[in-house]
Design a protein around this ligand. Structure first.
Ligand SMILES: NC(=O)c1ccc[n+]([C@@H]2O[C@H](COP(=O)([O-])OP(=O)(O)OC[C@H]3O[C@@H](n4cnc5c(N)ncnc54)[C@H](O)[C@@H]3O)[C@@H](O)[C@H]2O)c1
Length: 278
């Protein structure tokens, strides 16, 4: 399918978690619409072919793809990466990071309370989950702004889920990170509004990705979501990528500080027996 180019050649997306799921699909979809991509990801040798494929698809669109395999929550690495982006842009360049997407999935999935102490989440695991899945957004935004890499018209997005306002077994730390992510987004929307930069949380529906499969009981979650979703299917990474492209339009510049459902209305449905009863 031929895509209309929406973005300017000097516009870049910085995607945290660009090698899989929502981040991977968004990298490809944004490139289809003319955006260059900086991708941050954490992959071992076994999953590198997937990363190479995403880079290939971006380049196939005639866009640039610069990927960093690193821990996005490491302050030294983060600063080095942002310095490198600044250097690449040069001092008088019109290049800009139009969009920052935080799509990192790296949390401890353990209950708070368990019979054996080692089966319950500990302090280090809780703090790591909050740091990677929520707080790191703020540090990346600070780094972009202090270097003048994001300008008026910039867009910031964080991924959240229905777990940000409801509970799931073993998901307590991630739930807390989602609630914090939504709060960080509101705070950024307020502080960056005067600069013409928006911030929104995208609440994706249940989506079959590597991160989802790590949640204990994932198969059951997928089945229930298929039954529950009014659209009669699961959310896909591409659903989120399409929404992201829309929200980068000029006309979306007044949409800020929200939690935007990209889930086919799955979250507002509480009855789960639709299909199961058939
Ligand atoms: N899958 C779902 O059903 C669902 C629903 C709603 C929200 N979300 C959220 O969406 C976000 C992305 O999840 P996904 O399902 O696309 O996951 P995924 O496993 O497909 O992708 C996760 C990405 O994060 C990267 N990553 C993880 N830890 C990293 C680190 N420390 N440093 C750098 N990169 C790191 C991985 O390399 C990968 O690119 C997460 O915040 C998740 O909670 C997922």
């Amino acid at each position: 399918m031929k895509h209309e180019t929406r973005f300017k050649p000097n516009e870049w997306a910085l995607i945290l978690g660009a090698s899989s799921g929502f981040g991977g699909a968004s990298a490809i979809e944004l490139a289809r619409h003319g955006m260059n991509i900086f991708g941050v990801h954490l992959d071992r040798q076994a999953t590198m072919p997937v990363v190479q494929q995403i880079i290939k698809e971006i380049k196939h669109q005639g866009r640039e793809a610069i990927f960093y395999n690193m821990n996005a929550a490491d302050a030294i690495k983060r600063n080095e990466t942002l310095d490198e982006i600044q250097e690449r842009f040069g001092s008088h360049s019109p290049a800009t990071v139009k969009l920052l997407l935080h799509s990192l999935a790296f949390g401890t999935l353990k209950p708070f309370i368990a019979k054996k102490t080692e089966e319950a989440i500990n302090q280090a695991q809780m703090e790591m989950t909050m740091d990677v899945m929520a707080n790191s957004l703020v540090y990346w935004v600070q780094g972009l702004l202090s270097r003048g890499l994001m300008k008026r018209g910039g867009r910031i997005f964080g991924l959240t889920s229905s777990g940000g306002h409801s509970v799931l077994p073993s998901y307590g730390a991630v739930s807390a990170a989602k609630a914090a992510m939504e709060s960080h987004i509101r705070q950024l929307a307020m502080e960056l509004g005067p600069l013409g930069i928006t911030a929104n949380a995208l609440m994706a529906g249940v989506t079959d990705t590597p991160a989802l499969r790590k949640i204990p009981g994932a198969q059951g979650m997928l089945q229930i979501a298929r039954w529950k979703n009014p659209g009669t299917r699961l959310t896909t990474p591409e659903d989120v990528a399409h929404a992201l492209v829309l929200l980068c339009e000029e006309g979306a510049s007044w949409i800020s500080g929200n939690v935007i459902g990209v889930d086919g209305a799955e979250d507002v449905v509480s009855y789960v027996g639709q299909k199961g009863a058939e």
